[in-house]
Design a protein. Sequence first.
Length: 242
Amino acid sequence: MNDSRSEDSPAIIPAVGDGADRPDAHAARHCCGEQADVGAERVRVRVLGSPAILGVPDGQHVRPQAVEFLVYLIVRGGAAYQHEILEDLMPEPPHRLAAQRLHTYTYNLRQICTRIGGENTYLQLRRHRYTLNREAFDVDLWTMRDAITAAQRATDPAARAAALRRAITVYRGPLADHTGYLWLAQHQEAVTREFVTAAVTLAEALADRPAEAKAVLDAAAHHHPDDELLAAAVVTTRARPS
């Protein structure tokens, strides 16, 4: 999606859209994974650090562009309109060709997810909007953000600290690190801010335990050694009596 690799040029596959431009409703449901969820397992996806779909069976081909598409949807909270996807991920090809490629990546994702988790509704397409079934996935970024939300809502200090620990523990590096996705920068910065803020907030909550607070900040600084907020928090923590 960042280039014109030959893998991006599959056989022509009809673009999937709303009912009016959907020639085969059954094929569309199959492509987008709209199947019964009987016996299905959650598909684990890592996007913090190097992105990957975990547990892919040997011999199952995973298109890099399909992974990028999945990461994009995850970062967007699980949904995006087709025109947004094409503008951000495939701005250069003509619209029809880009839509055909997107259909291919969607089909590849459906195959992978079904091989891992069984028949389930993994990705839906309604009125040109692609939506992931959040219940079908276990995603580290969503785990981190859910924990941060839980910490913000907690009234008990211990529960708040525990939620912040969950948030920072799942973090393994910058969002989609070393991928070079053209659309990534602002999202990567936003996720970094969320992580750093969680780490600093936890360190502040551990003010009476400076050794633990320092360990939290040191672990965060390992991922972002040049972050000014982290550096300032480390200085403050070291100034506290042990």
